[in-house]
Design a protein around this ligand. Structure first.
Ligand code: AGP
Length: 607
């Protein structure tokens, strides 16, 4: 994910910022840059690639400045390139900006500025901030920042410098982390503690909707209403390793906890005036109307998103969907038709089998739409259409936040298609959109209750086998829960469609075998109760997940976890969360290497 660092003091700013950026490398990035003010001139150095590339660029240029801002970029709007790298400067080189997050209304703002004659050179949402600062410049740096910030929607942490104010650095925070590091005659800004931990342990945490005006020996913090805000100094007592994980023991836990943000960032910019908008999707209404069949092709957890997608798209957009493992699809010679659509789902965008399936489909003249997390990855580059998940970089091998972001792209896409095809009424479409917007908060409410899952995990973590059962989308989520558990805890685990139990698998159930039952679907609730009773009668220990209010589940379960209500198609986004925690805690009690399970790689680039 993008990283921000900034410095103002008396020392050379560039080496300090480079050192800070290096400390953020673990988070993943595709380009890096720095802006400083030297002799009342703004100088920007930025490049695609590693920080070493930036160092080479800087070595060829002398510098002498004691303030500046730096950034590592993880591409979202626009591919990784020198031009799209941060900092972005305004046309006359007066302001430079680094930014984390997403400016949701950037297209509207950009259009407005273009009409007024402002030229843009990058594809980023961030450049809009720099150009707005120049266009609405009042001559007073602080006032100008306040007026521009009031126009921005979305999530953003921003560092800004202005060539006419070399003694001031401005930091802005809304829904994206930003801290101020406090030094002696010098101060820092950073998106994450590791960036400044070797310089200072004393920090101010900016809260949402705050703006800090930072000088080397003075800091004024305001809320967006221009009222002064007083902060307590926070002393960091973490070491660098736990600071990288923001105090969490593992990246997997950190990423589970980041899901409300990942989901919000993926949904919110795509909903305008209660309608779903996909920028740059060249799938016309006619293309959608002519669709014969959709094939969803992916591996592992991304394949499991495809399994949810089959139920969702068929249910609301009424388009037939087939789901294939990429490794099978490429060799099974599917009977493709030119009116089919292939959807490839991939976090990394580099998975060898998914890429081969993409190439095979294109060879057959079939259009490919990819749902990808890594901008500029090979799958993204070779697809006819891309919808990015904006989950940010995922470091733990076991995917959590990317899976959740992929799920919400599926809801968006299914609703988008249903709307174009007229398969759902306007009222139902609006109800779905409203529910979609509430999902991040509902996920958040489950995260707060993670401790409720600990007892079950403490008792059963050493079980040889753990089963998952469910029907319909619950079954699709069971597949993911079971994979997650195997992956991180090495417990043997299987997921079964609950109705299939009596056709064989029930013979595996004996006394005290844990069975995790998902019973979230209203129309199948009583069928699930019967299936749970079947395994309970054979001695299974039942852990059920049901929607709040469905208390009848307690009659058949030993442990229960309730998820909030939402519309039928979006329940997987909530029911998967307790399953992620169960995998995590089981692995924790078994002392497994949670972030890097044995034999696994984050990105499988070989067949
Ligand atoms: C999930 O936790 C796994 N690490 C794995 O199944 C993964 O989803 C699969 O390898 C696909 O990767 P991709 O999304 O990068 O294509």
């Amino acid at each position: 994910m993008c990283g921000i660092v900034g410095y103002i003091g008396e020392k050379q700013a560039i080496p300090i910022m480079l050192c800070g950026l290096e400390k953020l490398e673990y988070r993943g990035y595709d380009s890096a840059g720095i802006a400083v003010i030297e002799n009342n001139k703004l100088k920007v150095f930025k490049t695609k690639g590693r920080i070493n590339n930036l160092k080479e660029l800087l070595n060829n240029n002398g510098y002498n400045s004691s303030m500046g801002i730096g950034h590592t970029r993880w591409a979202t709007h626009g591919k990784p390139s020198d031009i799209n790298a941060h900092p972005h400067s305004s046309n006359s080189n007066k302001f430079a900006v680094v930014h984390n997050g997403i400016i949701e209304n950037y297209l509207d703002l950009k259009e407005e500025l273009i009409k007024k004659g402002v030229k843009f050179i990058s594809e980023t949402d961030t450049e809009v901030i720099a150009q707005l600062l120049e266009y609405y410049d009042t001559g007073n740096f602080v006032d100008t920042v306040f007026s521009v910030v009031s126009k921005l929607q979305g999530a953003f942490s921003i560092g800004i410098i202005c060539k006419d104010n070399p003694d001031e650095l401005i930091a802005v925070k809304k829904d994206s982390p930003l801290i101020i590091g406090l030094g002696d005659g010098e101060n820092y800004i950073a998106s994450d503690i590791p960036a400044i931990l070797s310089k200072t342990r004393k920090i101010y945490r900016l809260d949402d909707e705050e703006i800090a005006v930072i000088k080397k020996d003075k800091i004024n913090i305001y809320n967006f209403n221009k009222e002064i805000v007083y902060k307590n100094v926070f002393t960091v007592d973490w070491d660098i390793t736990s600071a990288e994980k923001m105090g969490y023991e593992h990246f997997m836990m950190k990423e589970i906890m980041e899901q409300p943000k990942a989901v919000r960032d993926t949904i919110y910019p795509r909903i305008k005036n209660n309608k779903i908008i996909f920028d740059q999707l060249s799938l016309s209404e006619n293309d959608i109307k002519n669709l014969n069949r959709i094939y969803i092709v992916a591996c592992g957890s991304a394949y499991h998103v495809g399994c949810v997608a089959k139920y969702t798209i068929e249910k609301i957009a009424k388009i037939p969907v087939e789901v294939d493992f990429a490794s099978e699809f490429r060799y099974r010679k599917p009977l493709l038709n030119k009116n089919d659509l292939i959807i490839i789902i991939s976090q990394s965008g580099e998975t060898a089998d998914s890429l081969a399936a993409l190439r095979e489909s294109k060879k057959n003249g079939v259009k490919v739409l990819s749902i990808v997390n890594v901008v500029g990855s090979t799958i993204a580059n070779e697809s006819d259409n891309i919808i990015y998940t904006w989950a940010g970089p995922e470091i733990a091998v076991a995917t959590t936040k990317a899976y959740s972001a992929q799920l919400v792209v599926i809801y968006l896409l299914a609703l988008y298609m249903a709307d174009k095809l007229g398969t759902i009424s306007n009222d139902i479409y609006t109800d779905y959109i409203n529910e979609l917007l509430k999902l991040p908060d509902k996920i958040e409410s489950i995260l707060k209750r993670k401790d409720e899952l600990i007892d079950f995990c403490k008792i059963y973590f050493n079980s040889r086998d753990i089963f998952f059962i469910g029907r319909n989308v619950d079954y699709a989520v069971c597949l993911e829960g079971s994979l997650k558990l195997k992956e991180v805890s090495y417990a043997h685990s299987e997921a079964y469609a609950a109705g299939e139990l009596k056709h064989g698998p029930i013979s595996l159930i004996e006394n005290d075998v844990p069975v995790i039952a998902l019973a979230t679907q209203d129309d199948l609730f009583y069928k699930m109760l019967s299936n749970i009773k079947e395994v309970k009668a054979r001695g299974a220990a039942i852990f059920s997940i049901a929607v709040e209010g469905n208390t009848k589940i307690e009659q058949v379960s030993d442990y229960n976890f309730y998820i909030p209500t939402t519309c039928d198609i979006m329940l997987p986004s909530l029911s998967v969360i307790p399953l992620q925690f169960i995998s995590y805690y089981v692995a924790l009690y078994k002392n497994c290497d949670i972030d890097k399970p044995r034999n696994l790689a984050k990105s499988v680039t070989v067949e």
